[in-house]
Design a protein around this ligand. Sequence first.
Ligand code: RET
Length: 281
Amino acid sequence: METLGNATFENYVGLENGYSEMAYQMVAHILTLGYAVMLAALLYFVLTINYVAPRFRISSVLSVVVMVSAFLLLYAQAGNWTSSFIFDQETGRYFLGEGQDLFNNGYRYLNWLIDVPMLLFQILFVVSLTKSKFSSIRNQFWFSGTGMIITGYIGQFYEVTNFLTFAIWGAISTVFFIHILWLMKKVIDEGKEGIPEAAQNTLNTIWILFLVSWMLYPGAYLMPHLAGIEGGFFNETGVVARQITYTIADVCSKVIYGVLLTVVAQHISKAEGYVYGEAKS
Ligand code: RET
C-alpha cells in the first residue's frame, strides 16, 4: 500500500480490489463522452461566431480556446485511464498494471489553469460593467482563479496519505473560490443593468448554472472522503462518481455557459439593431 505514495485513490482502489467490468467501462465511456462533447461544441462556437455583433465575438473565441484545451486534456485523461488498469482474466477485474503510469487527475487541474481564467474573462466581454473597472475585475479573476487551482492541485496529492494536509490546501483554495463567486455575482448584477429583459433572464440562469456547476469541482475533490472519513466512497463507486461529476461539471461550466453567453450577446445585439444575415441599412 505504501508503495503508491501520493497517488490518488483511483490507484489504491485499482491495486487492492480492482475494478468490475461495469465500473471500468463507465469511467472509460464517460471520459470519452467528455472529449466528444468538447469537439462537437468547438464546431458550434466556430459556426455561430457571426450570430452576434462584432464586439461580442471574443466571447466565442474564448470558448474555442477552452474547447481545444479541454478536448486535448480529456483525450489524454481517457488514455491515462485505459493504460493504467489492465484486465485480469483470472478474476475478471481490472487491476493497476505493473510498469504503467499511475492514474492522476492532476492533468485536469493544470487544464483548469487555462480554462478558469478564460471562462471568467469571457463574461466580461459580454456584459458592460457599470461601477467596477474592467481591468480590476480581470486581475482579481486571474489572481483568485490561479490561486484556487494551484492550491487545490497541491492538496489533491494528499487525498490518501495525509488528510490534514489535503484539508488545509482545500480550505485555502476555498477562500479563493468564495472570492470568485463574490466577484461573479457583482459582474452579473452590474451586467443586468440597462439590457433587454430576455438578456437579464439569461444572465440569471447563468448565475445559477455557474454556482451549481463550479461547486461540483470541490465535491469531486472531496469524493473519496464523502460519506465518512474512513471507507465511505473510497471504492469503485466513488471513482465512477468522481468522473461523472467532473464530466457533468465540465459540460455545464464550459459548454452550456458559453452557449448561454452567446444567447445574452444575441439579445443585446438584436436590441442594438444587429441581426445576422440582414444587410445594414
Ligand atoms: C478545488 C480544490 C478544493 C477546493 C475548491 C476547488 C475548486 C475548484 C473549481 C474548479 C473549477 C474548474 C472549472 C474548470 C473548467 O474548465 C481546486 C477542487 C473550491 C471551482 C470551471
